[in-house]
Design a protein around this ligand. Structure first.
Ligand code: HEM
Length: 193
């Protein structure tokens, strides 16, 4: 029963990711992305990447609390979709917002703390995505778990990135920050038992 459930969960994740990616393209082609389409694409892709990061972090607590070991099979898939949306987010910023004008980026935005935070998080995500496959896991052995524990600092840096760029009210980033802290505390206390 649980093994067929995980298949459905994985299919659902593929369909949801495809749907939300397709929706961005659809809304773009049909002029439905607000008066500032580039900002809207940046916001949507950033938000999807963060939500998927939080879902990735939820897998271990779900596994331990509900004895649903199979959920770990979906963890890599969810993490890779987070990386996928973070990549769309990064290239929207580089390509659509700044037309790959690296001089302007270096002069204008590279020093902004939210950009430094976003870029650091993205670099670590590249490392995690590149080592998420079975052969890297085998080669790295125990080190793999230490490396992939970086997902918690990444999520925290993304929350900082979000908090530093919102113009008014940090309630939403604060909620994500609280959720991520709770998931970490839950994981640590469940693993101790
Ligand atoms: C690669 C470096 C990154 C750059 C240059 C960057 C740039 C930006 C910019 C310019 C915005 C503001 C959009 C706007 O309000 O106009 C933004 C928002 C955001 N970014 Fe990033 N970002 C980066 C990495 C990331 C990563 C890795 C994540 C998540 C995994 C992320 C998640 C978010 C979130 C959640 C928002 C807020 C969305 C909202 O306002 O609803 N960013 N980013």
């Amino acid at each position: 029963m649980k093994s067929s459930l995980i298949v459905w969960i994985k299919v659902f994740i593929h369909i949801a990711a495809l749907y939300f990616t397709g929706l961005i393209f659809w809304d773009y082609l049909n002029d439905q992305l607000t008066a500032n389409p580039i900002e809207e694409i940046t916001k949507r892709t950033g938000k999807y990447a963060l939500i998927l990061l939080v879902l990735t972090l939820s897998c271990t607590p779900v596994k331990i609390l509900f004895g649903f070991n199979q959920i770990i099979k979906a963890r890599r898939q969810i993490g890779l979709y987070s990386f996928f949306f973070a990549t769309l987010h990064f290239f929207t910023f580089l390509g659509l917002d700044y037309s790959f004008d690296f001089d302007l980026i270096l002069k204008d935005v590279i020093k902004k703390r939210f950009v430094i935070a976003g870029f650091s998080a993205y670099l670590i995500l590249i490392l995690l995505a590149a080592t998420s496959f079975n052969n890297a896991r085998r080669k790295l052995g125990r080190q793999w778990y230490n490396l992939h524990a970086l997902i918690y600092p990444v999520a925290s840096i993304v929350v900082l990135h979000f908090a530093w760029l919102v113009k008014s009210g940090v309630l939403e980033p604060l909620l994500y920050g609280t959720l991520i802290s709770l998931l970490l505390i839950l994981k640590l206390s469940l693993l101790k038992k």
